[in-house]
Design a protein around this ligand. Sequence first.
Ligand SMILES: [Zn+2]
Length: 490
Amino acid sequence: MADRTGVPRRKPVPQPQQPLSETWAMDLTQQFRRTLSTKRMNELSTRSNSQRRSNPRAPADYFVDSQQPPPLPPRYGHDASAAAPPMPSRHAPFQPPPHPLVPQSSQQHPMSPPPSYAASLRNLPISPTPPTDSKALRFRSMLLSLSSTPLKWENPGLLDEALAAIPLQRIYDEAQEESDLFTAEAASLGPDKKPAWGYQDCVVRALMKWFKRDFFEWVNNPKCAVCRAPTIAQGMAAPLPDESARGASRVELYQCSSQYCMAYERFPRYNDAFVLLQTKRGRVGEWANCFTMLCRAVGSRTRWVWNSEDHVWTEVYSVHRKRWVHVDSCEGAWDAPMLYTNGWKKNLAYCIAFSADGCADVTRRYVQSASRAAPRIKCPEPVLLHILAEIRALRRKDMDKQEKFRLMAEDMREDEEFRRYIIEGLAFAVSRILPGGKGAGDSVGVNRRQGGDGDAQKITEEAERERRRLARGRGARDEMRDPTRDGEGR
Ligand SMILES: [Zn+2]
């Protein structure tokens, strides 16, 4: 409890030693580099070089030069590694030549931990490079097309309509209640304590709970509409005219498993969030689509995060915290970016966030341990930078200078946030690798491994509170449920 209320004051790297300084980070890096180099040199002797060419890596990824990182550039690569060695660069001074002492293969082995950590920490600027090969061009088209998803929600009329589907009063009341609680908790800790979350955050939290609990239904195989028996997948079907009209390009076909029924059941995959307000069901795509739109409808700035391992989720901008917050409506998860790598043990390559006013590579928010980083092979990193810059420019082309500047500053703040994660990740790795390190139980590591600001604990507490609240008030609340809902939610 005290832990959660302490959240806003909590430093990303907790108290124990000295404040986080450049020297501290550099020392840590040096230590880490030494350990890693030794380890990698040992590995090298036992590995074949056969995969060398499969994943060309830039030289020097594991060689954090001792020079101080230059001041934060507007954008820097998540992973300078994929830059081909002859890197077209305006930043030649920062580009050390391939290290003579280390065989190329050490940087090229696809199994090695992704060099993003060292590269990003060193903050080597990489120049955006336009895509040229067909693979990179395909990736570009895909990202461009994905990037238009949040634009579909920017329709004030439809957003107003969407509000009508939400029991707004109930959500606002719940948000107010929770916000008061956060305020009281902060006040009890001292006069200068900030509440963990602001009212707008609480609105989204309440919205998410309602969405998951009462509104949207998860569908694997839809139930038979005739007899409610389970159905069996029969493949795809061509969309009917009305399904097409409502934007379904794909329709899954199922057949009732009861031999007395055998009825067919169609499951059109709608990707129009406003249609989903009526169908109220789907899988992760539908959930993220409809929920993110609703967050927009209640006035939040939102991002729709696409992940290359086939997941999507939401990010909401917390004005209170001045940062983007991870929200996964399917999981009922709030500010728990480590959910996928730590919770699901998934390796992730790309997490790209799209909004109506920009886009960003947010992988580092979700992958904070090198061991959970899947290889990023869709295009070289300088090309990804270029594509993302292109999309951002497209989204911001009609904005005035001031607005563009504000967004750019926000992007830079986020980059700093990511850089902190990397430093903390390194600290954790070092603490585990170095002899005499405090190991996995160490407080830095534990907090970091759990995500954002000790999210796992927050979630556990959250879930506990939620369970209690549900147990107390479910019956009563169902009675009073907003009349805009027809009681047919699930
Ligand atoms: Zn049936």
